[in-house]
Design a protein around this ligand. Structure first.
Ligand SMILES: NC(=O)c1ccc[n+]([C@@H]2O[C@H](COP(=O)([O-])OP(=O)(O)OC[C@H]3O[C@@H](n4cnc5c(N)ncnc54)[C@H](OP(=O)(O)O)[C@@H]3O)[C@@H](O)[C@H]2O)c1
Length: 377
């Protein structure tokens, strides 16, 4: 196992466990460790994956460990002792699906705030994990699942951004690829999609089949030739929530796990790949990305400039409820999104610096639990 690559999954919730499980089902020389804070749950999840992996004849070395991200020194010690080549962050104080567990009408009202106001719930654990990364001295590539479109530019401003995100922009690319391939009577591998889109647009595409008031950038190549202008792109996208609809909710996180693996496996196995990812090298929003010798290079659809790509992502960010991320990492929230949070939860935050995120996260958690009680009838 000396040449085995080491992958640590930090955060043992639904997504972390799925990714750990998939990484364990490989014949590549790998050591994979699942790290969470609940000893009983982590032990059981790690053993379940280990037994499934043995049952199917795979050989990766699997282990588990405990830390609480609020204990930065302990997390740093965990990272240093495992010494991962790749570190996957899958921790959050409140995943996107938690609001869907509210009473239905309360869920619908809160959903209207969009995702941006919940940023502290993702930013805070990732910031703590990154402080631990720095303290540990690791040179692991850090890959993060928690709202990378916004978390990375904020943390980039204070020198703490993970290297790349996963999901969001990536989650619709296979659906678009399949739609185009079927329309043209081609195999999926003949079709190359390049999508520039913020989390807001990714979230909308599979539900509404369009980018709504936000912009997106989409290019399609077949056999290496740009065919975008020959396609009825709006018509094809409308098929995503129709004929090409897929299982959503927590079960649908199989798609997110696949998006995560599309990034993690090339990094772990030391091969180049073209993927889609949010938050690459601290960037705002999502892009097609070339992974080349463990480094990242943004790709753009034919004819799109860097500035246009950035503007597309900013338009999605605003619809998601974040007006601006300033150069010092201060986040300015959209008044219309915050008005929903204020009316429903009594939570109000016009601006937030990275240092204020933890206090804001604790406040949201308290207000959200009180709201759940108030609205549960
Ligand atoms: N990019 C995408 O496309 C995409 C798609 C889906 C999800 N996500 C994001 O991925 C993240 C994980 O999602 P999920 O559905 O797996 O959520 P989840 O099931 O709630 O898992 C989150 C995990 O974070 C852990 N955690 C929270 N605070 C911690 C702390 N102080 N120390 C250690 N661990 C802590 C929780 O531990 P406990 O189990 O002990 O509570 C839980 O296991 C979320 O940010 C979610 O929004 C991204």
């Amino acid at each position: 196992m000396n040449d085995a690559r080491k992958i640590m999954v930090l955060g043992a919730g639904d997504l972390g466990r799925r990714v750990f499980h998939e990484l364990a089902h490989s014949d590549r020389p790998r050591q994979v460790q699942l790290v969470g804070r609940d000893g009983e749950a982590v032990l059981r999840a790690a053993n379940l994956t280990r037994f499934c992996s043995i049952q199917r004849g795979h050989t990766p070395a699997l282990s588990h460990a405990l830390t609480d991200l609020t204990d930065v020194a302990r997390t740093a010690e965990r990272i240093a002792s495992f010494a991962p080549d790749v570190l996957f962050l899958a921790a959050s104080y409140q995943s996107w699906w938690v609001i869907s567990t509210l009473e239905e009408s309360a869920f619908k009202r809160v959903y209207a705030a969009n995702y941006g106001p919940w940023l502290p719930m993702h930013l805070t654990p990732v910031m703590k994990a990154m402080e631990a990364v720095r303290l540990s001295g690791t040179e692991a590539v850090v890959v993060n699942a928690a709202y990378p479109d916004a978390v990375h530019p904020v943390l980039g401003a204070v020198g703490l951004s993970p290297d790349i995100g996963i999901g969001n922009v990536a989650n619709n690319v296979p659906g678009i690829t399949a739609t185009v391939a079927d329309e043209l009577g081609r195999a999926a591998e003949d079709v190359e999609v390049r999508l520039v889109a913020h989390h807001y647009v990714s979230h909308r595409l599979s539900r509404h089949g369009d980018s709504g008031p936000a912009a997106m950038g989409l290019g399609v190549r077949v056999d290496g030739r740009d065919v975008t202008a020959e396609l009825d792109v709006p018509g094809l996208l409308k098929r995503l929530p129709a004929r090409y609809r897929r299982t959503g909710g927590m079960a649908g996180q199989a798609m997110t796990a696949a998006s995560a693996l599309s990034v993690l496996e090339p990094l772990a196995d030391g091969r180049d790949a073209v993927v889609h990812a949010p938050g690459v090298d601290g960037a705002l929003g999502g892009y097609p990305v070339a992974i080349e010798s463990g480094k990242f290079r943004k790709l753009l659809p034919e004819g799109m400039t860097e500035e246009q790509g950035h503007a597309v992502n900013v338009s999605g960010q605003v619809q998601d409820g974040i007006s601006e991320i300033r150069a010092d990492g201060t986040v300015v929230f959209e008044p219309s999104s915050m008005a929903v949070m204020s009316a429903e939860l009594g939570y109000e935050c016009a601006e937030m610096t990275p240092a204020e995120a933890e206090g804001r996260a604790l406040e949201i958690a308290e207000r959200f639990e009180a709201y759940r009680v108030r609205t549960s009838g």
